[in-house]
Design a protein around this ligand. Structure first.
Ligand code: 4AD
Ligand code: MG
Length: 463
């Protein structure tokens, strides 16, 4: 009996009754009476629990006392057809071993904790139905991303996390240093002497892998990055993290239309993957949090995204008669309330906004003939606003150098990037998908802190 191979709950639930089985996991609940106990056991492999039935005559009271919510146990027994409702099979237990007890201070005693409370116990919240579902979907989406690009002949390029350049130019970077902050070496001019720092220069955590991604596209043709990125913007919103994961494809010879086609196809294929492969978890989230989740996901797959220049979008917003917290006019950076108005109220489907004013976009974007706008594209989604930001890139060395000078950027850190335009430059395009923003959409969760295991936000780096 001891030699029975342990099966995960997801496997047990799809077995035919009759065999001897072994399950291991954490007790969600135990109920019953003098004669029999019913244990709901979960091991994280699925949202579902397996029920373990323990006849009192076979187990000492002492042992059963330790089988409490949160405890970790192994249960041997026979897989039998379930008498009760809600499951097809259950385990008629013959032996239980308690690996780890959990006393009454275990914080997840009863169901129905608020998401806010669960954030305070992020070390335990993966054991809840909600976080379990979210994390399984998160895994599935990461897998689907690699699978999508691999099937299309993209190469996964690992770009550095420590960098001396500021890709987005937003000045929201975390510095990386080994200098003693209580005794910072200063030069003659009184400024910090970075030549004495670890890398001999000022470095930061990257805000995007794009600049190196472009080098990849200009050699391997089509690449994608998928890694952590860091932003020290002090935005305490349900859509911003200080550490988030970004997916950045970059493709040689793609223009902005190709780029939009790729973005739309990519997102639709990810959503379809979730619907095809994460059904139980999506159904749970749909029932618990957001009754329109699954229909919204199905809607996106079957809808063509609107494609619209920024200028037209601003016109719609200005003529909408809506009262926005931040007023709109040509030239302003759109807020999420504006983006959501276009998507949710006006068009009622995802929108790709293009050709933004150059002054609100990054230096590398391809300049349009009008001298005012650049070939940018933001993909805007219901409930989220911007989910993707990208552009066709400026391939002309002359125009790019002029822009870099206009913005007073330090070219000493960019010489290698400019070299791509000096040697065999080519039209190319790419974009960045915020992985957690995608997960907000796919899971229907309302706060970005609830779609990453250990969120990093201003004043918060516990766990
Ligand atoms: O629009 P962003 O800043 O674009 C870039 O970084 C480009 N270099 C991407 C590229 O063209 N390769 O960021 C891209 C996406 C946003 O659309 C958003 O989904 C997400 O990254 N994002 C964030 N997600 C969570 N927290 C934050 N603080 C984010 N900032 C951006
Ligand atoms: Mg953006």
């Amino acid at each position: 009996m001891e030699e029975v191979k342990r099966l995960r709950v997801v496997e047990l639930l799809s077995q035919k009754p009759g065999s001897d089985v072994l399950a291991k996991g954490w007790v969600r609940t135990k109920r019953g009476n003098k004669n029999v106990s019913f244990i709901a056991l979960n091991d994280g492999s699925t949202i579902k629990n397996i029920q373990i039935v323990c006849d009192a005559q076979n187990f000492s009271e002492e042992l059963m006392k330790d089988v409490t919510t949160g405890a970790c146990i192994a249960a041997w027994g026979k897989l039998v057809e379930s008498q009760g409702q809600g499951q097809s099979v259950e385990i008629q237990a013959s032996k239980i071993e308690v690996y780890g007890k959990a006393d009454a201070t275990y914080p997840l005693q009863k169901k129905g904790h608020t998401l806010e409370f669960l954030r305070e116990i992020a070390h335990l919240r993966p054991r809840t139905n909600t976080m379990g579902a979210v994390l399984r979907i998160r895994h599935a989406m990461a897998f689907a991303i690699h699978s999508y690009f691999n099937s299309k002949g993209f190469f996964y390029l690992h770009t550095p996390l420590i960098t001396a350049s500021d890709c987005e130019g937003a000045g929201a970077m975390f510095q990386v240093t080994t200098m003693d902050l209580n005794n910072i070496p200063k030069g003659e001019n009184g400024k910090v002497d970075y030549s004495q720092d670890f890398f001999g220069r000022q470095t930061s955590l990257t805000v995007s892998g794009q600049l190196e991604g472009e080098l990849g596209a200009m050699s391997l043709g089509q690449i994608y990055t998928f890694g952590p990125t860091f932003r020290a913007e002090n935005s305490n919103t349900p859509r911003h993290l200080a550490e988030f994961w970004m997916v950045e494809p970059e493709v040689a010879f793609n223009d902005i239309t190709d780029n939009m086609n790729l973005a739309e196809d990519f997102i639709k294929s990810l959503v379809k993957y979730a619907l095809d492969n994460c059904r139980d978890d999506l159904q749970f989230l749909n029932d618990m949090f957001d009754k329109e989740l699954i229909s919204r996901l199905e809607g996106v797959i079957n809808t063509e995204f609107v494609r619209l220049p920024y200028t037209e979008g601003v016109k719609i917003l200005m003529e909408s008669g809506q009262k926005f917290e931040y007023p709109v006019s040509w030239g302003v950076d759109l807020q999420s309330e504006h983006e959501r108005y276009l998507v949710e109220q006006h068009f009622k489907r995802p929108v790709i906004l293009t050709d933004y004013p150059k002054d609100i976009k990054a230096f590398y974007m391809k300049q349009n003939e009008d001298g005012k706008t650049v070939r940018a594209m933001d993909v805007l989604f219901p409930k989220i606003g911007e989910i993707i930001g990208g552009s066709e890139r400026e391939e002309s060395l002359e125009k790019l150098e002029r822009r870099v000078a206009e913005l007073n950027m330090d070219t000493r850190n960019l010489w290698w990037y400019l070299d791509t335009r000096r040697f065999g430059t080519a039209p190319h395009s790419g974009f960045g998908l915020g992985f957690e923003r995608l997960l907000l959409f796919v899971t229907g969760m309302a706060n970005i802190r609830d779609v990453i295991p250990f969120p990093r936000t201003p004043k918060s780096a516990e766990f």
